[in-house]
Design a protein around this ligand. Structure first.
Ligand code: ZN
Length: 107
């Protein structure tokens, strides 16, 4: 927690305060972090990666079952694998989009 100087009245304002307690001036919007994302969020998230990996494993299992002539199990496994793989990729994409949007505009 730190103290900021109010631009309007010069009063000390906590950086946690939504507005200056003296004059009511709202805290500068630039200082409020919009999305709390850890540093390593540039790449796909762990959960997205996990989804893609399990999707790949299920796809491999589905193919193996197909070879073993277990058509019903194979199609179920392939379908789940595709859904998980696509879900993982979409989730990774969304994370990346959020990451870029949360970056401050460089002047
Ligand atoms: Zn003030």
């Amino acid at each position: 927690m730190a103290l900021l100087i109010c631009a309007d009245c010069g009063n000390d304002v906590s950086d946690q305060a939504p507005a200056c307690p003296n004059c009511g001036r709202p805290a500068p919007v630039d200082d409020i972090p919009t999305v709390d994302i850890p540093e390593r969020s540039g790449g796909p998230g762990e959960s997205a990666l996990l989804l893609m990996i399990s999707g790949g494993v299920l796809l491999a299992a589905g193919l193996a079952l197909l070879v073993a002539d277990q058509a019903a199990w194979a199609s179920a496994s392939l379908l789940t694998g595709v859904v998980l793989g696509v879900g993982g990729r979409v989730s990774a994409l969304m994370r990346r989009r959020k990451y870029w949007r949360s970056r401050p505009n460089q002047k």
